[in-house]
Design a binder for this molecule. Sequence first.
Ligand SMILES: C[S@@+](CC[C@H](N)C(=O)[O-])C[C@H]1O[C@@H](n2cnc3c(N)ncnc32)[C@H](O)[C@@H]1O
Length: 244
Amino acid sequence: MLNYSSASERNRVPIADFLIPLLHEKSVVDVLEIGSGSGQQALYFSQCYVAMKQALLGAGVFADNFASKASNSASKASNSASKASNSASKDRQVLNWQCTEMPENLPSLRQNLQGSGLKAPFELNVQACWPTINVDLLYSSNTLHIMSWLQVQAFFAGADSVVKSGGFLAVYGPFRYNGAFTSQSNAEFDHILRQHNSASGIRDFEQVNLLARKARFSLFADYDLPANNRLLVWQKVGLEVSHG
Ligand SMILES: C[S@@+](CC[C@H](N)C(=O)[O-])C[C@H]1O[C@@H](n2cnc3c(N)ncnc32)[C@H](O)[C@@H]1O
């Protein structure tokens, strides 16, 4: 695999523990990922999603039988039948995970995803043009502390433009809370990031959340993940969230 990241290999498992059930529960089908890197996470999440659907389909044999029997019998059973068949069709949904990258990382990502069944990735710099699409989830991992603050702002504006009303925005990485790092290792990481590029750095949760609210997202969950990282999930509510 080109551009392999051992950090991505480690953190994909705890992220999947929260993300994959959410994808199923909320009927998330179309996903756009920003800054996919090697594509390791996209590949892994897609495999986890298929495995989970297969497990559910196995367990759903009863629901299928029940649905067809009930629809042939008394009309009072029709509600249960349609619920069961809705749940069975939900279990068959496929995940359409679309990776993107900056131009310099696109060739390696493209090569890594070849033959995987995932769509070919495309170029997306958050500060340039965003595609005119509607997705159920915009996902990005370990990118906000790499981007400049202007790029982070562009990220949230772009999220507003592509995520459907009721859809989700999920961001993984380290964040500061109440102006403080959550660990000494994050403080050291921030120092290294800023030495490398003065525009980079670990972002304040409160400032990022404010950008999300301006982009019409409301905080849905803030998961505490290993190695002092978070998985922040917002839901698109349609109107700008009030600041009170
Ligand atoms: C630390 S890597 C994370 C890669 C991958 N998401 C992961 O978790 O392994 C940061 C990624 O952000 C991308 N990135 C940086 N600036 C960007 C921008 N302005 N627009 C889109 N992606 C950007 C980089 O190309 C890089 O792949």
